[in-house]
Design a protein around this ligand. Sequence first.
Ligand code: HEC
Ligand code: HEC
Length: 205
Amino acid sequence: MKNQRWFACLMLFAGASVIAQDAPSIVRNDCARCHGLDGIATKPAMPHLNGQLDSYLLAQMKKMQKGRLPTAVENHVPASLTESELAAIAQYYHAIKVTRPAQETNPDKVAQGEIIFRNRCNDCHGDNGREADKDAPLMAAQNLQHMIHQIDLFVSGKRKFGFLQDDAFKGLSRDELEAVAHFFASQDQIAPAAAAVGGGKKKRR
Ligand code: HEC
Ligand code: HEC
């Protein structure tokens, strides 16, 4: 009975497109304890993976396997996972359209961040972070602390910038960059209008 109710919840929230039974075993046995079975982070300051571009997820997992992406997690993406297993994980999380939890953001920072976003970040993290170009990830409703931590890693040089991303960061203070993170965090993952008419089915790439 308990299981049935859980199943019904998943069906409801995932738009019936992906169910727990479809999760690759590594997701169930490992990744889910932090990233959730539905891609919603289960702990503070961790990234949500639900609905993220599969190409981005795949690229990041491959970098982690090769030690090319700074990570706080030991053996984060085991080297034993093959390319097709990684692709299945990426596809699994990408396909989930659940709603990311609302976060507390600072309204002044959101307003400041929106202006900086329009001038500096919109090219690649378009539609308030709901679109993406030039290999960038979708950012809307991403976890605030995670984004701020990644900004610090970029600025300190520990994480390599994406294509031309360093130009966008140039001359901005940490406070200004943090304000953009507040702006992204304040956004709905799926545009409210799109959600109302078609469940946000618009293709993202
Ligand atoms: C102990 C918690 C934990 C576990 C288990 C874990 N992750 Fe993560 N994951 C994190 C954290 C924290 C980050 C943020 C950056 C970092 O420190 O790695 C992250 C980042 C990522 C990212 C990059 C997301 C982005 O938006 O840039 C991907 C992809 C990812 N993890 C995939 C996986 C996969 C696949 C597994 C299972 C094989 C997994 N993770 C297991 C905690 C975890
Ligand atoms: C020219 C394209 C481009 C622009 C402009 C750009 N970015 Fe990015 N951004 C990227 C790419 C590409 C990545 C992924 C980098 C990688 O592969 O590790 C990224 C990743 C990020 C991440 C990490 C997300 C995560 O989950 O790990 C943050 C945070 C971020 N960008 C913030 C910003 C902010 C703030 C601005 C504006 C000041 C900005 N970006 C402008 C291309 C861009």
